[in-house]
Design a protein around this ligand. Structure first.
Ligand code: ZN
Length: 196
């Protein structure tokens, strides 16, 4: 009924986060109905992002400059906020409270998923702590894996020379950082306390 091209497009869209077959079909129909206004700009934006955006070798963030604009910004405070994902980094940036840099783990320690410290680039984090960093803020989710990762990092960073803090109240147990509203996240960040 749909034709192989449309079927393929719907199939690809339906596998994106937050979308299912129904919303994928609606999006594809909209794109086809409004090629000039929606489909062509989307193709151009996807192509530009694919060509130019890459992972920052320092922090693991995404940008079209290497190192990323945040790592390169000399006005940032000498703090590193450790987060699970780029989505969490963006959530913290939206609070406009935090003016330090980031370290994106790209996941959490997980025995079930077979993810250890090597997969998370924790050695890369340690090499960044060259004495110029005043504080490391562990902004990881209040889940089992998040807490285990926070605990592990607290021990690994004990002798790093920077103070190590973690987010305090405001983060609900079982909650992920990305979905918190800006007010809650800002409160959790400003009320952080010494880790361990
Ligand atoms: Zn960076």
């Amino acid at each position: 009924m749909m034709g192989p091209e449309i079927e393929r497009l719907v199939g690809l869209m339906a596998r994106l986060p937050g979308l299912g077959p129904r919303s994928a079909r609606r999006i594809v129909l909209k794109l086809m109905a409004e090629r000039e206004q929606r489909l062509l700009p989307l193709i151009a934006a996807l192509d530009a992002a694919c060509q130019r955006v890459a992972v920052c070798p320092t922090c693991g963030g995404l940008d079209s400059e290497q190192p990323c604009a945040i790592c390169a910004d000399i006005a940032r405070e000498p703090l590193i906020c450790v987060v699970e994902s780029v989505a969490d980094q963006w959530a913290l940036e939206r609070t406009a409270v935090y003016r330090g840099r980031y370290h994106i783990l790209g996941g959490l320690l997980s025995a079930i998923a077979g993810r250890g410290p090597e997969e998370l680039g924790i050695d890369r984090l340690l090499t960044r702590l060259d004495g110029s960093v005043r504080e490391v803020i562990l902004a990881l989710p209040a889940t089992v894996d998040g807490q285990a990762t926070t605990h592990y990092l607290t021990e690994r960073l004990a002798a790093c020379g920077a103070s190590v803090t973690r987010l305090a109240q405001g983060v609900p147990v079982g909650g992920s950082i990305e979905i918190l509203d800006e007010g809650t996240l800002a409160l959790a960040l400003s009320a952080r306390r010494a880790a361990g």
